[in-house]
Design a protein around this ligand. Structure first.
Ligand code: NAD
Length: 533
């Protein structure tokens, strides 16, 4: 069997068992803390822009573990500024779209190099702005670097002319061209890797980009802009647009000059974007392309013969890593009856050892959730869970904190139709369900609106084979946790209401950002062309 992308080398993670690497993050945290409080404004054509109708700079991004720590103030873009950003992208599209793909790729590779150099400071910023644990932040950095390198490499291959089957005298060629202005609308939970992936794919194949970061990850978003600029991206090819999704995100989606929307975020917003972008307002001579990666309600099945040691570690890491705020996070464990009691009692003991503390603490296993809204929503779900099922275990949170800490909570005796077993909670809440056999396990695993990630812990070759075929998820993991996909190794993305689009981290992802053109040329010239003067 051919191995795809066998030569691609993923960026190595930092080894935190080494003093020098721990020291790098500690000193980066000090450095970043010393330079907090900057203002983040829209940047169009390389210039900072504000107008009377834009925000007054009073919006803030804060540390979720310590909300008094202001990471930066935000001057939010207005609709008027958003329109300027779109027009700037439109103006710069011809020159960027006709820049040789090798030159575009060089800029992305240079950006990857800068990311490598600034890795520790960027990780520190993520730790402070988005509450990522050290390892999680480092993983996000590595993924961002991988996206830049991978899409740069693959765009060059894509743009090599493709000779198609031909008959004598007729040459058929396939080639690709960029679509136009791309709106990149990103979430906060992988505040650098996800937007970098969408931006790099769009830029690599020649589109210009209006980038709207998530409000709570504005400082991280700005760094992406800054680094790409430093790498040599011409002004106006990427315009930076901090601001509110429901206002300027919505505006971007509606505008006729936007050709493509690359969105990652919740199901609710994603579906609204798909609907809105399906309209063709006056003056729009194209159908908008929408790439929408959305939520999940991911399940791990524990078979009767599962290795419980690795299953318990895998479940806890997948459910509570980054406070359960990953689209790939495990939020349901489906356990075969014969091991249910053993599994739940061991899961409970293991969960009690989880350390909840600010992400800045290198020993933090679970930190604060992203903001007050998330804190309230997750807390409500915990109350719903208490009515629907039974609490198996609830971990303690730091005393006297002002941060948005939610007690990691595991519910047992959950029924498949319970809200906590059906709705994406996006926090450290796990539902455990008991099933009589493997058939029922698969039925329940597949019984939600989503199909993003899933895992099976089993020693049965028959059941493993069934999972390959019958477990309805975009990314399936066998005897390993369901989070942590890597570029080019585990291309990522789901189906059902988890997303529309080709998986990120593989070359086919780029096809969504281009138009294809086939040229058939009769090569049997009829006579001679008159000489041109
Ligand atoms: P969100 O949908 O609230 O916001 C995502 C982005 O959309 C933000 O930039 C936001 O400002 C913008 N937005 C909000 N309303 C908008 C509107 N009406 N029009 C246009 N843009 C709008 O999601 P979030 O809270 O930032 O992220 C968490 C969600 O993202 C979870 O559901 C998670 O599962 C999902 N997610 C999915 C993937 C994936 O690859 N499938 C990856 C990461 C996160």
């Amino acid at each position: 069997m051919e191995t795809l992308y066998a030569d691609f080398k993923n960026e190595p993670y930092l080894d935190f068992s080494k003093d020098e690497n721990r020291n790098k993050i500690q000193s980066a945290l000090k450095k970043v803390k010393g330079s907090l409080g900057k203002n983040y404004s829209p940047i169009i054509d390389g210039k900072i822009v504000a107008s009377a109708d834009s925000g007054d700079g009073s919006a803030q991004s804060v540390n979720p573990a310590e909300p008094d720590m202001v990471i930066g103030s935000i001057t939010e873009a207005s609709e008027n500024i958003t329109e300027q950003a779109i027009q700037s992208c439109k103006k710069n599209f011809i020159s960027w779209g006709t820049t040789p793909v090798s030159e575009r790729a060089q800029i992305l590779k240079k950006a990857a190099e800068i990311f490598r150099k600034q890795k520790s400071e960027l990780s520190a910023l993520e730790i402070l702005e988005c509450g990522k644990q050290w390892r999680e932040a480092d993983g996000d950095m590595c993924e961002a670097i991988d996206f830049l390198e991978f899409y740069a490499q693959e765009a060059v291959h894509l743009f090599e002319l493709k000779q198609m089957g031909s008959e004598p005298g007729l040459r058929n060629t396939l080639y690709f061209k960029p679509r136009g202005v791309a709106a990149v609308i990103s979430p906060w939970n992988f505040p650098i890797a996800i937007p970098v992936g969408m931006i790099a794919a769009a830029l690599a194949v020649g589109n210009t980009v209006v980038f709207k970061p998530a409000e709570v990850a504005t400082a991280c978003g700005y760094k992406i802009y800054e680094i790409l600029k430093e790498a040599g991206l011409p002004d106006g090819v990427l315009n930076f647009l901090p601001g509110q999704g429901r206002l300027i995100g919505n505006y971007l989606v509606r505008r006729p000059d936007v050709s493509l929307i690359a969105f990652t975020g919740s199901k609710e917003v994603g579906l609204a974007i798909i609907e809105e972008a399906g309209k063709t307002p006056k003056g729009q001579n194209h159908v908008k392309k929408v790439i929408a990666e959305m939520g999940g309600k991911n399940a791990i099945i524990i078979d009767s013969d599962a290795d419980l040691d690795s299953a318990i570690t895998g479940v806890l890491q997948a459910a509570f890593g980054y406070q359960g705020q990953k689209c790939s996070a495990c939020s349901r464990v489906i356990v075969l009856d014969s091991v249910y009691d053993k599994f739940t009692s061991r899961l409970k003991e293991a969960a009690l050892s989880i350390k909840v503390s600010p992400a800045e603490d290198p020993g933090s296993a679970v930190g604060a959730v992203i903001n007050k809204g998330a804190f309230e929503k997750i807390s409500q779900y915990i109350e719903i869970g208490k009515k629907e099922a039974q609490v198996l275990v609830q971990c303690e949170i730091p005393q006297g904190t002002t941060g948005y800490f939610v007690k990691p909570t595991i519910f047992c005796n959950v029924q498949p139709n319970h809200r906590i077993a059906q709705e994406e909670i996006f926090g450290p809440v796990l539902a455990v369900l008991k099933v009589k056999d493997f058939d029922e396990a698969l039925k329940i695993a597949n019984g939600t609106q989503f199909a993003l990630t899933g895992a099976l812990y089993s020693r049965s070759p028959k059941n493993i084979e069934r999972a390959y075929k019958e477990f309805e998820v975009g990314n399936l993991y066998i005897n390993t946790k369901c989070t942590g996909a890597m570029v080019a190794r585990q291309p990522f993305g789901g189906f059902k209401l988890s997303g529309v689009g080709t998986k990120a981290g593989m070359k086919e992802y780029l096809l969504q950002f281009v138009e294809m053109k086939t040229v058939s040329e009769n090569t049997q010239r009829q006579g001679f062309a008159p000489e041109t003067i």
